[in-house]
Design a binder for this molecule. Sequence first.
Ligand SMILES: [Zn+2]
Length: 603
Amino acid sequence: MAAHIPDEKIKAIKNASDIVDIVSESVSLRRAGRNLLGLCPFHAEKTPSFTVSPDKQIFHCFGCGAGGNAIDFLMKHGGLSFPEAVGDLAKRYGIDLPTRKMSPDEKKKLTERETILTLNGNAVSFYRECLISEARGRQAKEYLLKRGMTGKTIDEFNLGFAPDGWDQLLRHLREQKKSARMARRAGLIVARKKGDGHYDRFRNRIIFPIFNGQNQPVGFGGRVMDDALPKYLNSPETPVYTKSRSLYGLNRARQKCREMQTVYVVEGYFDLLAMHQFGIENTVATLGTSLTADHVQTLKGFVGEAGKAILVYDSDQAGIKAAQRSVAIFQKGLIEARILVLPKDHDPDSFLMAQGSDDFLKAAEQSMGMIPFMVESAIEQYGLSIDGRVRIVNDLKSAILAIGDPVARSLRVKQLAERIGVDETVILQKVRRTALTPSKAVWMPGRQDMNKAAPAPIHGETYRLERQMVAMMLQFPEMINDVERRRFTDHFTDPVLAEIGKGIIDHFAHAGGDIAGLVSRWEDPEKKAVVSRLSLIDEHWDRNGCMNLINQFAASIRRRDNTLLKSIEAAEKSGDENLLAALLREKQQQARSGMKKQGNTNQ
Ligand SMILES: [Zn+2]
């Protein structure tokens, strides 16, 4: 797998890098014995089962089975290719990488991403320059200042201006010998409907560059300064920009989110800028799209297991709609979400400009949990007449159903029952009926899609012993010699465990004992997961325990041999030649390769 980057470079990078640093950037970790624990960024969970081992430099999630080393984490979490992940680490730790030889396809993908990021970076500088030097750009800057943005905010967020005219950016890129085709892939320019020319996507607009968590410019938002339409225009989806994953301000919000264990989610560019300018830096903006499950996972990584998200809305109606839309996502994402509705006619931007951050934070203390908020809004809307109460329950049943935790759900039902004076059982009945309606695509509580890595098949005693053997080799490497000498791995019946067992022996003989390096022997995520899991399962090995296990394993081999021999004898007696031939083949196979099947074929 490491064909394109020399092995010793990869080793140097692995030695220099620390998985705790890398994972901590997106997952909030706490100490638990020798390991660190956090909420898994790859599946929804409430109790942390995502384990990082600083000693072994690997991670493993006991919930969904994801596992591997630092490179695997970057690949899986950042959606990077192997060379990109290695390149990323090399850059962080100041290690020079030789120019690498990649497959044409890899090369194409990597170059495409890099080219788009470079073009975007180019465009960021171009738009910034225009904000300073263009006549219209200076007007744009005036406009920003008049709206209360400071020069510092404008600089820090790299705000810019896209000049009027159809090809200003295009010409600029052309002067720098950039390819128009790639600029189009980056969403910066648009192909003309007629003929084969291009024109600038953003014209006569204030530009808000959008950065990803690694501080790379992935896209742009552009806002007009007059009444032209559309008011806002965004980059299209590109190989580096996915709307359902991107959050504006994420790159600058991360640190503070972690500190405060809270993230504010606002809707617009100016709202975000105002929040940061007023020191409420743990804020991101969704930019018009509603929050997706991916967003929620990202946010949870930043605020940690006890953290919360506060969604800020400028009106009850917007808040209600958002709550209805995203209650299931937050319930499913297992992160606490609250709704903050600002006083009438205010958005976060105008509120902060008018009243400052103290009042904002005071208001935030009054934010409500999503369901209480929905209850109160429904009461306000429908009143508490009989008819009103029926409507309230109807409105809320899906939201209640979305609560995954049965205890939390029953408490909510109880609260609602008390609040509106309806019998609990009646509400429960309604909720259950909703659950049984198949047409409604509501998320079914208690059936979290925890295990994308397929449920574990039912394994017998042999498999359990083999697994123990591998765990022992990983956690008590002193025994590897014994295992090798007695050729135990030749007797493994499970092909995955057999390959891993042999890999361990080979790795420890030739590459010393680092488990992170061992993990990268395999590209297959299943094997990575098995290794990381068995390296980290909590077992206390000592020499006696190991000897016991080895004896048990040896006995099980003998038992299986005997069964096979007995089967052969029986087949000979009964004259079943087909069976006999099959059994003999099996015995031969055992003797030769060791990958023998279990002897019980005569049942
Ligand atoms: Zn997981």
